[in-house]
Write a protein that binds this ligand. Structure first.
Ligand SMILES: Nc1ncnc2c1ncn2[C@@H]1O[C@H](COP(=O)(O)OP(=O)(O)O)[C@@H](O)[C@H]1O
Ligand SMILES: [Mg+2]
Length: 221
């Protein structure tokens, strides 16, 4: 389902060139869940951002199904970002002026969905993440755990084949972290999506199908 081959990425800064990804390869089957672990700065977010079409690689290949991501034009990247991947961020990134329901519906509407279809799908997901009673609230009225559950519903609204979660419990206390992780696993498994979760938590990692360790721009064997 997901195949990354010899992926390379460096950034130029005033301090010189930083090689962040130095030939990353990995392969995931449909429905597989993986934890990605490694020290801060080793390139985990860069890898996820490239896989999620939020950043571009220098060379190598990222394939989701038959679709090659590396080298795509801006328009195709935007399309893939909307329809093929679902992103969950450490700091939720919900839109503050929209209600929970509107936050979840928005990606479906942007992707060209009919408003009643988006509404039905959002309602179902909000039920799944246990937020149906909070659908009319704005993000600031929710706890961190609830905001992340809303963000999970939003990430899944377009039925992405791949879910990328960058430290999804990193900003939550352990109880809320557990609830959020359980909800994430349930929703992803119901959709049979492939998921990569970046985490520093051994507890979180133990819930995934397998664990990949990254150091210094490489996936360790
Ligand atoms: N846009 C950028 N410009 C310059 N350097 C960057 C940029 N994004 C990330 N980096 C650098 O790349 C390295 C890896 O960053 P990142 O992928 O965020 O690591 P991780 O998520 O594993 O903590 C770090 O040294 C970081 O400073
Ligand atoms: Mg990071």
């Amino acid at each position: 389902m997901v195949k990354v081959t010899d992926l390379r990425k460096s950034y130029d800064s005033s301090a010189g060139r930083v090689e962040v990804l130095r030939g990353v390869s990995l392969q995931l089957a449909r429905g597989e869940t993986v934890a990605l672990m490694g020290p801060s700065g080793c390139g985990k977010s860069t890898l996820l951002n490239i896989m999620g079409c939020l950043d571009v690689a220098d060379s190598g290949s990222v394939k989701i199904g038959e679709q090659e991501l590396v080298g795509l034009d801006e328009k195709s990247m935007t399309e893939l970002r909307r329809k093929t991947v679902g992103f969950v961020f450490q700091f939720f990134h919900l839109l503050p002026t929209l209600t929970v329901r509107e936050n979840v519906e928005l990606p479906a509407l942007i992707a060209g969905g009919l408003s009643h279809t988006a509404a039905e799908r959002a309602a179902r997901l909000l039920e799944l993440v246990g937020l149906n009673k909070r659908a009319g609230h704005r993000p600031h009225q929710l706890s961190g755990g609830e905001m992340q559950r809303a963000a999970i519903a939003r990430a899944l609204v377009n039925k992405p084949a791949v879910v990328l979660a960058d430290e999804p419990t990193g900003n939550l206390d352990s109880h809320n972290g557990e609830v959020v992780l359980r909800v994430l696993m349930e929703v992803v498994s119901e959709e049979n999506a492939t998921m990569i979760v970046v985490t520093h938590s051994a507890e979180v990692a133990s819930k995934m199908g397998c664990v990949l360790h990254m150091a210094d721009g490489h996936i360790l064997p």
